[in-house]
Design a protein around this ligand. Structure first.
Ligand SMILES: *[C@@H]1O[C@H](CO)[C@@H](O)[C@H](O)[C@H]1NC(C)=O
Ligand SMILES: *[C@@H]1O[C@H](CO)[C@@H](O)[C@H](O)[C@H]1NC(C)=O
Ligand SMILES: *[C@@H]1O[C@H](CO)[C@@H](O)[C@H](O)[C@H]1NC(C)=O
Length: 261
């Protein structure tokens, strides 16, 4: 019994020596609350972006903007935002201890570390504050990566937007004598009856009654709209030319992060 206690004491000792539970690393609530705080701050720019995207979709496919097909992208964003952002900030960039080897081989925290302004990239609030421009850029570019994934043709969110647009599109009212049960086969049937060159034309070149497209052309058009509407617009929404001034929140975020020990 005494022996076992000694062993377990030793193993705890060894484990904690190897992986010290440093109270100064950003962990637990520091990670979850900081990530949540960022998601809260990004709500407005994401809403702005989706508003633009919705208008672009509506004008491209002659559907009312009240169809709100971009809402499917919003839903998909909510599902992945937390995990993507936490992963991009914490294990991917801000992690590890701040201690550095001195000449005599001991480990010491450099001045300012762990908090409040630690000039070593490590997993502490002080480091996140010191490298705030990197932290900000990570949060902005992670959003761009999320939007790129959500607008890929093989993503569920892309297909949801597509279904939404097709349901709202005047094109589905095109004459169709053959019974067809799905939008997809409808598009194919229609494309077969109309010359491809016509089907490939821009929507604006056709009257509303004639806007019938084959599936591949429709998907390509939708993909282009979503790339232009979401992925390419994002840096502008955040004001990339001005150090992402609109997605910065430097004062507020630094104060928020430094509340953690
Ligand atoms: C972290 O967030 C949780 C849940 O929102 C909250 O209860 C807690 O008070 C927060 N902690 C800090 C230090 O902000
Ligand atoms: C090693 O050097 C640091 C300063 O660089 C000093 O604070 C520490 O006391 C030294 N340790 C030993 C064992 O000499
Ligand atoms: C952050 O991104 C902006 C805009 O692309 C760039 O000008 C700046 O140099 C980046 N800053 C850092 C620290 O990476």
């Amino acid at each position: 019994m005494h022996f076992l206690n000694t062993v377990s004491f030793l193993s705890i000792f060894v484990v904690s020596a190897l992986f010290p539970l440093s109270a100064s690393a950003c962990e637990g609530p520091c990670i979850t609350n900081t990530t949540d705080k960022y998601i809260e701050k990004f709500t407005t720019p994401v809403k702005t972006l989706l508003g633009y995207t919705n208008i672009k979709i509506a004008s491209r496919f002659y559907i009312p903007s009240t169809a709100d097909c971009a809402s499917h992208l919003q839903d998909a964003y909510h599902k992945v935002a937390y995990a993507s952002l936490e992963n991009a900030i914490f294990p991917s960039y801000f992690h590890g201890k701040c201690e550095q080897h001195t000449a005599n081989g001991t480990l010491v925290n450099p001045p300012g570390c762990p908090n409040p302004d630690c000039p070593v990239v490590c997993g502490t609030p002080g480091s996140m504050v010191h490298f705030f421009p990197v932290l900000r850029n990570i949060t902005v570019t992670t959003h761009e990566e999320i939007f790129a994934l959500l607008t890929k043709q093989d993503s569920a969110s892309f297909q949801d937007v597509k279904t939404c647009v097709l349901n709202a599109m005047p094109a589905k009212k095109c004459p169709n004598k053959d019974a067809s049960h799905t939008t997809r086969s409808f598009s194919r049937l229609f494309a077969a009856r109309f010359p491809r060159s016509l089907a490939r034309g821009s929507f604006t070149g056709l009257s509303r009654r004639e806007t019938c497209f084959d599936d591949a052309t429709f998907e390509k058009d939708l993909h282009d709209v979503l790339q232009a509407g979401m992925v390419q617009m994002w840096p502008d929404v955040c004001d990339a030319h001005n150090e992402y001034a609109k997605c910065n929140w430097e004062k507020e975020m630094k104060a928020f992060i430094l509340q953690f020990p």
